[in-house]
Ligand binder design. Structure first.
Ligand code: PMP
Length: 351
């Protein structure tokens, strides 16, 4: 599977690294009203209905203009994505990509076909080149690790390919609230048969440990995800679902704040980075920068050296084996620390 970020994450945690820019784990505290809800509901420790609480599914259905039977609440996006990958024969994944898709495909023994995106094309692939064997395509915009967003003609191209070939389309929208340029993939607005859109509470609301997300889409795909929840988890804890309900109430307020914070961080980080050492591209969404190292140092070597200097990052090869000369930096610390980290990175990569 290449570089194992889950192992490296555990190692960095054991080392007590002060500036953690490795995992996609937002550092902003959750909204106090969400924490209040959690405290109040924590005694509610029974099983929940396996599709999710009616009141939560109802609310999600209203937000997206769908029926509650087109909604399922899941223990993190991973559960929904994994269930959809299980049902595939050949999964199309855009490279570079978050490793979770390959972990699921590997576990279920599904064939993976990579569709390459290039930096000079804003990290957007030519969807018409998708391997003909692919029956299920996973897309993730705003994109981890490159910050690419999909809109306009490229979005049309994707939808045309998916429709022409009758693909199952999984749209992983974990970073849906993190867009900086206006253009945005909102699959829910482009729904057709066989799409499954997955939204996570982990990122916008800083709740990754709560393990809650939802999937909306084709009732058959939603049923399959529900089946997986029943088979593997039973249900998502009630306290987590109550917190999610509160989070949806606060979504606009929280999303506006996190966007503003990230925009400032992007600016500060970029200003402190040595352009002679790293090739940098402005992220248009999400909260990552995918940096190409110009000095010949490998990403895995740089990540290890940086850990020794108190900065955690992930090497590019975790996102695909062709990206050995990249690192991914999560902008998950305050601007001052990011400026310091950018200076340390530039210095260490130059040695
Ligand atoms: N999709 C992407 C693209 C991610 O980056 C992550 C987390 N790093 C996830 C899904 C996982 O989200 P969740 O916590 O909802 O399982």
């Amino acid at each position: 599977m290449g570089f194992d970020i889950y192992e490296f994450f555990a190692e960095l945690s054991r080392m007590n690294i002060p500036i953690r820019l490795d995992a996609g784990q937002p550092d902003l505290p959750p909204h106090p009203e969400i924490l209040e809800t959690l405290k109040r509901e924590i005694y509610n420790l029974g099983y929940a209905p396996s599709r999710g609480l009616d009141e939560l599914r109802q609310r999600i259905a209203e937000i997206h203009g769908v029926e509650p039977r087109e909604v399922v609440v899941t223990p993190g996006s991973k559960a929904a994505i994994a269930a959809a990958i299980y049902a595939a024969r050949t999964v199309g994944i855009v490279a570079p990509s978050w490793p979770g898709y390959r972990v699921a495909a590997g576990f279920f023994g599904r064939r993976v076909s990579l569709l390459k995106a290039r930096p000079e094309e804003d990290w957007l692939p030519d969807f018409t080149l998708l391997d003909k064997r692919v029956d299920t395509l996973v897309v993730n915009y705003p994109h981890n690790p490159t910050g690419a967003v999909l809109a306009g003609d490229k979005l049309r191209e994707l939808l045309d390919v998916a429709e022409d070939r009758g693909l199952v389309l999984i749209s992983d929208e974990a970073y849906r609230d993190y867009t900086y340029s206006g253009g945005e993939l909102v699959m829910i607005d482009h729904r057709f048969e066989k799409t499954l859109t997955v939204y996570s509470f982990s990122k916008t609301f800083s709740l990754p440990g709560l393990r809650i997300a939802y999937a909306v889409g084709d009732p058959e795909l939603v049923d399959r995800v529900h089946w997986f929840v029943k088979a593997a988890y039973t249900s998502v804890p009630i306290f987590a679902q109550k917190a999610a309900l509160k989070a949806l109430e606060l979504r606009e307020e929280v999303a506006e704040k996190v966007r503003a914070v990230m925009l400032e961080r992007i600016r500060v980080f970029k200003d402190s980075l040595d352009p002679g050492v790293f090739e940098y591209r402005e992220p248009r969404g999400a909260f990552y920068t995918f940096l190409r190292i110009r000095t010949g140092v490998r990403g895995s070597e740089l990540a290890r050296k940086l850990a020794g200097r108190g900065v955690g990052v992930f090497p590019g090869e975790a996102f695909g084996k062709e990206y050995a000369d990249y690192i991914r930096v999560s902008l998950t610390r305050p601007a001052g620390e990011l400026a310091l980290a950018a200076k340390i990175m530039s210095e260490v990569a130059r040695l």
